[in-house]
Ligand binder design. Structure first.
Ligand SMILES: *Cc1c(COP(=O)(O)O)cnc(C)c1O
Ligand SMILES: [Zn+2]
Length: 405
């Protein structure tokens, strides 16, 4: 059994096959490419009992990851984040079997570390010397961090409004960073031009290379393993570019193909902010692609993507699993963030809070029933967004002041 069973790259739109051992971005038809594996070889060569003996990082699934040699694995110990029961919050929602996979506990404080670990490792293996990307913050921070770990250059452009900590993470990692007065799409145009003019960099923005998705699919693999190689009834995911959702769907289907989980898949739910909800709009009109969302605006910065490149893959995952899509107001997101921290002692990011608010709404509407085992992905640490919590009402005392008795 080889370290990786990667066999080829495949286009989900036109069906073209591509060589996986060359640096590749999109298919000639413009679609993102998906990594393909020799799943028969995986099924024959390894089983859950072998996986169980491996160290608790996402690399425990290396047969289903694209890096061919362990020497090229660039790691900071990412993966195997906790799957926490949220019993009090779940009882309040009417979803007593509520669980949260907490991606706040991962290097760089967001699940973007998964995509960066696998994406940077594979780029490094293929001889790429520099990576370039537009970002809403967390992806840039994660790729800059893992690029530094790999000894690679990184060129990052993010909106000036992106969470300030992510700018600092890029700077400390030695990235070449630009803060752009504009949105992520406009950052992308700037990066695109720079990459074409300079050479020496691969563009690694969302779904424009095939391996970030492979890192993110490990959320699905871990979830299945943590539940004893079975799946929950519902998974809610705060959806921007949708890489996590597409990845979880892809990972679970691979597990089905190798026989480690059964036929049933969870109903997948894309959660978006009311101020930027192209997938929700497309889903409820039965469309297979989305329309660009005009004037995107939300405090959940990580899910501010007006026109996801992989929209057709996200929508396909929702339709195929009997899932749904739902938009959440910022006010509800912020209220849910506080409620979760106060009831469960966990400080989730705004995007994770939006997904929790969606459980509240879908339980109220009856789409989620009390019997459903529900998993929410908290995609990052609340600690990265200190400004979402107001501290104005905290009394400030002089040392000779008095604490009320
Ligand atoms: C990027 C990001 C998301 C959205 O991720 P996609 O997989 O691109 O949809 C959600 N939450 C946080 C905290 C993020 O940084
Ligand atoms: Zn194609």
């Amino acid at each position: 059994m080889m370290f990786s069973a990667l066999s080829h790259l495949e286009c989900p739109r036109c069906g073209a096959r591509h060589d996986a051992d060359r640096v590749t971005n999109l298919c000639h038809c413009g679609s993102p490419l998906l990594a393909g594996y020799d799943l028969d070889q995986v099924a024959a060569g390894v089983g859950p009992e072998v996986i169980a003996t491996r160290p608790p990082s996402l690399w425990r699934y290396h047969e289903l990851l694209p890096v061919r040699s362990p020497n090229h694995v660039v790691t900071l110990g990412e993966g195997m984040t906790p799957l926490l029961p949220l019993a009090r919050l779940g009882a309040e929602y009417g979803a007593p079997r509520l669980l949260m996979k907490d991606e706040g506990l991962i290097p760089t404080g967001s699940f973007k570390a998964r995509g960066a670990a696998v994406g940077v490792s594979r780029a490094h293996e293929l001889g790429v010397k520099g990576v370039a990307m537009p970002t809403n913050g967390n992806a840039g921070a994660a790729w800059a961090t893992y690029a530094a770990r790999a000894g690679m250059r990184s060129l990052i452009a993010m909106p000036v409004d992106a969470p300030e900590i992510t700018r600092r993470e890029c700077v400390v990692a030695g990235a070449e960073l630009y803060a752009v007065r504009g949105h992520i799409g406009q950052c992308g145009q700037l990066v695109n031009r720079a990459v074409a003019e300079r050479g020496g960099y691969q563009e690694v923005s969302t779904l424009k290379e095939p391996y970030r998705l492979e890192g993110k699919k490990t959320m699905g693999l871990e979830l299945a393993e943590q539940l004893g190689w079975r799946v929950p009834d519902v998974i809610l995911y705060p959806t921007g570019g949708g890489v996590g959702l597409i990845g979880i769907h892809k990972g679970l289907r691979e597990l089905q193909r190798i026989g480690w989980i059964g036929d049933r898949l969870p109903r997948l739910v894309a959660v978006q902010a009311a101020g930027c909800a192209p997938i929700v709009q497309a889903f409820h009109s039965g469309a297979s692609t989305s329309e660009p969302w005009p004037d995107p605006r939300t405090i959940a910065f990580g899910i501010t993507v007006p026109k996801p490149l992989g929209d057709f893959l996200i929508l396909d995952a929702l339709y195929a699993t009997g899932g749904t899509a739902i938009a959440v107001d910022d006010a509800d997101t912020l209220a849910e963030q506080s409620r979760c921290a106060a009831l469960e002692g966990t400080f989730v990011c705004p995007e994770g809070a939006a997904a929790l608010a969606a459980v509240r709404a879908l339980s109220a509407s009856g789409w989620i029933t009390p019997d459903d085992e529900v998993v929410v992905l908290n995609t990052g640490a609340g600690l990265k967004y200190p400004d979402t919590v107001s501290i104005e009402d905290v009394p400030v005392l002089d040392p000779d002041g008095v604490i009320p008795s």
